[in-house]
Design a protein around this ligand. Sequence first.
Ligand code: C5P
Length: 224
Amino acid sequence: MKKIVIAIDGYSSCGKSTTAKLVAAELGYAYIDTGAMYRAVTLYFLEHHVSLTNPKEVKDALDKIDISFHYNPKAKRNEVFLNGLNVEDEIRKMYISNQVSEVSVVKEVRRAMVAQQQKMGRKRGVVMDGRDIGTAVFPDAEVKIFMTADVDTRARRRQDELLAKKQLINLDEIKANLQKRDLIDSTRAESPLRRADDAFLLDTSHMTIDEQVEFVLNKVTSRI
Ligand code: C5P
């Protein structure tokens, strides 16, 4: 069977990663969470006080960053490592969510991440989720999905996810963070968040996870 690239882009917290993970498992594909990569860069920049407006500092920092994914069989998930350290839990915290979109605007950061993502998917057989996969990373992806959902539903889902990790965050704060990130992500100059012309629109506001997975798998069937 032909191996393809499945690009899943869209707004924050509309179920991209949950859907992408299940689709990848169903097809025996690798799942790559590109948001985790931008979050890991953000963690490094914060820890090392990298100035986003100083291209040399940014470049030097990027040269020192190594991001990789490793499967954790116990948790049954791919986890992100920054310079050999497992940062999966740390990068999901609110202080990272509050800074990540500002870091993701920086041209040098995007170019480094996009190049690494293209390398990771060069053999195809991947499901990649993010904001610019179908437009910038793999404009030739065989299946492109653009996910959205109403912001209140997204905020509630995000709150539940954080609660499961014992982080109790107020709904208004989460909603404000989602709206702020969506605005920065979709208005930046370099590879902004937007629906590719050939992406299928998937509004998950009233859908179950199973229905979302089925939607994507249906689009895949005709391409492999
Ligand atoms: O997917 P997640 O919500 O974890 O992504 C965190 C942030 O990383 C996004 O809000 C966005 O600023 C950035 N991002 C990006 N391009 C991607 C994936 C994520 O700019 N491909």
